[in-house]
Each structure stands twice: as structure tokens, then as C-alpha cells.
Design a protein around this ligand. Structure first.
Ligand code: OXD
Ligand code: MN
Length: 612
């Protein structure tokens, strides 16, 4: 096709696009260039086909609301597959299918699936253009909604295409909503086929196929599919880390800056922490990324991180001028909202945005809504999307090709009891154990039972592209590749601890700066601010800056208290959770559990002896 050879000189790309077009039979092919005009044209097309509702231009310029099919509202983990050659390499936490059988299946699903539609071809770079840490992908999709989001979420179009031609490689990603159109048929505003949805990864071939869903991580294939599932497997082979982590730069009142990475399961406040507005005078947090970190050792032996994304795709409910004023500014213009409510003024609303809510809304299903309604107005997994450059606290190193040097790694989950506010690991191995132990009360980011405790090691359970036991081993090995003084320190945090009468003990949000201050000072080498505990190092009394907080001494005590019988249960739960990894569970993880049990036993004996 002439159009293709004018577009690129790289023959394997041309051949692949032709091959997919032959399979999917689109009516037309659009080769995306990534220009602002292209973005505007796509948004107008989405308005014309009633997928997008333009928001009030004076309240939220150049922004749109979109309502998905109510059956297509979150990632579908039970329909996500890792098709490694051998089943055991996918591991017990992934769904596996034989690659050959899956390929046959995909050929059937994708045959003619784009007829009557335009096929968009999107070259994109995960990571700054031209960074040695970046990876180039090409997504083919029949969803203009995906094209619009890829404009916000990735560096896409002509620039990455030139890099692709130089590097002569790319990760092929094929996506279809799975709803062909008959001649003259007017398509639905949100086409999808939920019962046939397949999100498929071939890690050895570095290839992604997604069918039937148009939503978030199911359809924006650069994000969870490439930057986590495919990249994690590549990272293992090449000795780096592809992680479900935010990255922040923290500056102290003296102007000294350090970077931290932090892993939390989906919808546990990563975006809020990534854009934290410090409650402590003189301290500043800047955002490098809110969801994904790729980290490699540099020539100096230190660990450097980039954020492979170009924008934010955040959970809307709970985001407000109180919880995250920087996110609110980020999405004040040029933003896309999915499944939030619409106000009578033509702006967006979601639970937690204002109290009280407006008197009337159109909810995420398009129905009238009043405060007396027993339904939520915005879907709990409704989202906003906007470019990172619109964030008022975006870090000046956001586009750095080298990345930022990571001094600390934080692991956290949503736990109403058991885990203290913050604890520092004794060693890299103990830190890996803390990451491997993350468990969290479930949220709406994936289908499942909300509130139920789920073991989500490293917050990577839905995103690790290979056997999770091997993933733990990879983390342990990474620690052996650097000298210990170059390795980041590892911490575990829990903002969600509750009192016995079910109130949050810790104020969270901007006040989390107080915990970051302690972490910062530990990274500076301050020894006098830690004390030993069986769980790890805790802040000494007075070391955590709680000045000016209305935190009772008993709440502060409860935030760090641990109950020996609760911990016996936790150890039992963890042993049980780790069992599924069988022989591939590194011995070191078991050993860390034994050591923890031993330390707790000794602690209990000591406290009963001294009656404390
Ligand atoms: C996300 C998720 O969308 O983790 O970031 O679900
Ligand atoms: Mn995420």
C-alpha cells in the first residue's frame, strides 16, 4: 500500500500493518502522527458519534465526558491471559493458555472485526523519546476513544516512529472493540463485547492482543499490558525492574532533593501521594509519575527510574481540592472523563468532589440523579485522563532520559489493622519480603469483592507477566547486583489503619509528608531516629514529626502498636498465601517469615517478662 510506504521506511512495520488490516478488514486506515490537530479531529469525531459530550467550555475548556457500556467499566483480570510457551512460566497468579491455541482463537475473534470501521495505527514511546530506558510500541485499534487517550497518555506519532525506524524494533499491540459494522449501520456510542473480552500477552514474542473491551487498562495497551506485563518479563531477562509504582521528588527545607518510588494496589491513593501538597512548611513534593516506574542500575551503580507514561489515568471518586488540589488543576482543561456524572452547568462531578453534592446530576449511566438516590452518581472506577505536563507539580526531570536516582522504595496497602503506619526494612531481603507480603482490602479498580483482603505482592498481582515466584527471585537478585550502600532503602507504609471504633487513625493526604520526612531523614543516614522492633525499624518516640496535628497520644500509639496474636494470624495467612508459588518461592522469602516469627516470639517473651 502506497500510503504505508510514504509513512515509514521500515518494512516489517508495513508488513505487520498490512497483515492486521487483511485479518480485521477495516474500511479505512489512519496512520497517526500525534499532532494537536489530529487530537482535535478525533475528539470532534467522538462528539459527532455521541461517544463524547463536550463539557462547558468556560468551566472546563476543551474537555469531554464519556459514558461506557455499564458492562465495560474496569480491568477484567479473569479474561487476561499470559501465553508463555510453558504453562509453569505464567505461574499460579496468571491465566495461561497455550500460545498456539490462543493464536488460533485470536484469528477467529479478529477476523473481519473492524469492518465498517477505521483502523488507527499509533506508534508510541513508553518513556521519554530517545531514552535508552524507553520502549517503542505500535498500537492498532478501531477505537477513536483509545486514540484520544493515547494522545494524552503516551508520546505518540511521528517522533516515536522515527526512533522505531532507527531501533528497528517495536512491540506490536492489536486492539479491537470487537463490533464490526454493516454497511450504513450507525455504531453504538460505546461498542464492546464483554462476554468475548480477551486481553492476551505473548511475553516471549513481546506481543499484545486485546479484544472486546474499550476501557482503560484493557484497551490502552501501552499501560498495564506493555509497561507492566510485557516489560516485567523483559526486565527480568535484562536485569531491570518494571513496577506498579509512583515516583516522587521530595525536597527538604534546605533545598536537598531525593526521589522515592512507591507501590500500592490499584485505587489506594497512588495519584494523591504522587501529587502530594505538603502540610509541612518548607517541604515540597514533585511528581515524576503516578502509576508505573521502570528502574535500572546506572553506571554509578545507583538505581535510576523513569515514568514510561505521558499522562495520568486516575480514579476520579475521592479526588477533590482537599484530597488532591494538584490533580484538580491537572484536569481543569484538556481532559477526558469516563463514567463520572454530569452537572446541570455542563461540568463533571463525582463522589467526594463536593459536600453536599449538587441537587441534580445526570449519573454515569445517563439517568437523572438526586442526592436522595440510593445509587452512586459516578462509577467507583470512573476516571480522568490528562497530560502530565498540566500537573502544577510535575517534576522538572519528568522528561529526563537518564531518569531519577531512587533513594527509597515504599510498599503499602489498604489495611485497617495489623500493619503500622511506617516501618523500615532491616535489609534488601527483608524489604523484598515486605513487598511480597503486600495485601490490601479490595477496591473497585478490578472486578471482585470490595473490602475482601487480597494478597497483592508488590501491587503486581494483576500485572506480573510471568511466574510470581520467579519475580520475587528477580527482586532478590537485583539486590545482589549493587553494593548495599547504593541500594534504595525499603519501607512499608499503611495510611489506612483504623481505631477499634472504625475511624482512620492517620489523617493521610498532605499529612503523609510527615512520614516522607522520616523516610527522607533515614535516607540521609540519621541513625538516632529509629528503634528496633520485631517488624523492622520504627521511628523512635518523637522522631515522627506530628507537631500541629490533632493526633491524640493514644492514636499515635495505636498507629505503631502490634498485637502478637494478630501477627500470628498474619504469619499464618502469609504462609498460606505464599504456598501457591510452590517450589518457585525463593527460600529467602520463607526464611524471612521464619525470622519474623522468631523475632515476634522473642518480643512477646520479653514483653511478658517485663510486663510491658
Ligand atoms: C490503574 C490500575 O488503572 O491500577 O492504574 O487499575
Ligand atoms: Mn495502577
Amino acid at each position: 500500500m502506497e500510503k504505508l510506504s510514504r509513512w515509514t521506511v521500515y518494512q516489517p512495520l508495513i508488513q505487520w500493518v498490512e497483515q492486521i488490516a487483511q485479518l480485521c478488514c477495516p474500511e479505512d486506515i489512519h496512520l497517526c502522527n500525534g499532532s494537536p490537530e489530529e487530537y482535535q479531529t478525533i475528539c470532534q469525531l467522538l462528539v459527532d458519534q455521541k461517544t463524547f459530550i463536550p463539557l462547558n467550555q468556560s468551566l472546563r475548556p476543551n474537555s469531554f465526558l464519556c459514558r461506557s457500556n455499564p458492562k465495560d467499566v474496569a480491568r477484567v483480570e479473569d479474561q487476561t491471559f499470559i501465553c508463555s510457551k510453558r504453562e509453569e512460566d505464567a505461574g499460579p497468579t496468571n491465566h495461561w493458555m497455550d500460545p498456539e491455541a490462543m493464536r488460533k482463537n485470536l484469528q477467529r475473534l479478529f477476523k473481519g472485526c473492524m469492518s465498517g470501521r477505521t483502523m488507527y495505527v499509533i506508534p508510541f514511546s513508553m518513556g521519554p523519546i530517545g531514552s535508552p530506558l524507553s520502549i517503542i510500541g505500535v498500537e492498532i485499534t478501531d477505537s477513536p476513544y483509545v486514540v484520544a487517550h493515547m494522545h494524552l497518555m503516551t508520546r505518540m506519532g511521528d517522533e516515536p516512529l522515527r526512533i522505531l525506524e532507527q531501533e528497528q524494533q517495536f512491540v506490536p499491540c492489536v486492539h479491537s472493540v470487537g463490533v464490526p459494522l454493516k454497511p450504513g449501520e450507525q455504531g453504538k456510542a460505546w461498542p464492546c463485547v464483554p462476554h468475548k473480552t480477551h486481553i492476551v500477552h505473548f511475553p516471549e514474542d513481546r506481543e499484545i492482543w486485546s479484544f472486546g473491551s474499550g476501557y482503560g487498562g484493557n484497551a490502552l495497551l501501552g499501560k498495564k499490558c506493555l509497561a507492566l506485563r510485557i516489560a516485567s518479563e523483559q526486565a527480568r531477562r535484562e536485569n531491570w525492574l518494571a513496577e506498579h509504582m509512583l515516583i516522587i521528588g521530595v525536597t527538604n527545607p534546605q533545598g536537598k532533593k531525593k526521589f522515592f518510588a512507591a507501590a500500592f494496589p490499584s485505587a489506594c491513593g497512588k495519584t494523591n501521594l504522587a501529587m502530594l501538597q505538603s502540610s509541612l512548611p518548607g517541604w515540597k513534593v514533585e511528581c515524576v509519575g503516578d502509576d508505573i516506574a521502570w528502574m535500572r542500575f546506572g553506571e554509578d551503580g545507583k538505581l535510576y527510574a523513569i515514568n514510561p507514561e505521558y499522562g495520568f489515568f486516575g480514579v476520579a471518586p475521592g479526588t477533590s481540592n482537599q484530597s488532591n488540589p494538584n490533580a484538580m488543576q491537572t484536569i481543569s482543561k484538556n481532559a477526558i472523563f469516563t463514567n463520572v456524572a454530569l452537572t446541570d452547568e455542563g461540568d463533571v462531578w463525582w463522589e467526594g468532589l463536593t459536600d453536599p453534592p449538587p441537587d441534580h446530576l445526570v449519573d454515569w449511566r445517563g439517568e437523572n440523579w438526586h442526592p436522595s438516590s440510593d445509587q452512586v452518581a459516578a462509577h467507583p472506577n470512573s476516571r480522568f485522563a490528562a497530560r502530565a505536563e498540566q500537573c502544577p507539580v510535575i517534576d522538572p526531570n519528568f522528561n529526563s532520559k537518564k531518569g531519577v536516582e531512587i533513594s527509597a522504595i515504599l510498599f503499602g496497602g489498604r489495611r485497617e489493622s495489623v500493619l503500622p503506619l511506617v516501618v523500615e526494612s532491616f535489609s534488601w531481603e527483608h524489604g523484598v519480603f515486605l513487598g511480597a507480603s503486600i495485601s490490601s482490602e479490595m477496591t473497585a479498580a478490578a472486578r471482585g469483592n470490595i473490602g475482601q483482603l487480597r494478597h497483592d505482592p508488590f501491587a503486581m498481582l494483576p500485572f506480573c507477566g510471568y511466574h510470581m515466584g520467579d519475580y520475587f527471585a528477580h527482586w532478590l537478585k537485583m539486590g545482589s547486583l549493587a553494593s548495599s550502600n547504593n541500594l534504595p532503602k525499603i519501607f512499608q507504609v499503611n495510611w489506612f489503619r483504623q481505631s477499634s471504633d472504625h475511624h482512620y487513625l492517620w489523617p493521610g493526604f498532605g499529612e503523609n509528608m510527615r512520614v516522607l520526612q522520616w523516610v527522607f531523614e533515614r535516607c540521609e543516614g540519621k541513625e538516632e531516629i529509629v528503634q528496633y522492633s520485631p517488624l523492622g525499624y520504627l521511628p523512635t518516640e518523637g522522631a515522627l514529626n506530628v507537631g500541629g496535628l490533632s493526633l491524640s497520644p493514644s492514636a499515635l500509639h495505636d498507629l505503631f502498636s502490634f498485637d502478637y496474636s494478630e501477627w500470628q494470624q498474619e504469619i499464618f495467612y502469609l504462609r498460606h498465601s505464599f504456598k501457591i508459588f510452590g517450589k518457585r518461592l525463593p527460600r529467602q522469602i520463607d526464611r524471612e517469615l521464619d525470622l519474623l516469627q522468631q523475632r515476634l516470639r522473642e518480643g512477646e517473651e520479653r514483653s511478658s517478662k517485663y510486663g510491658t
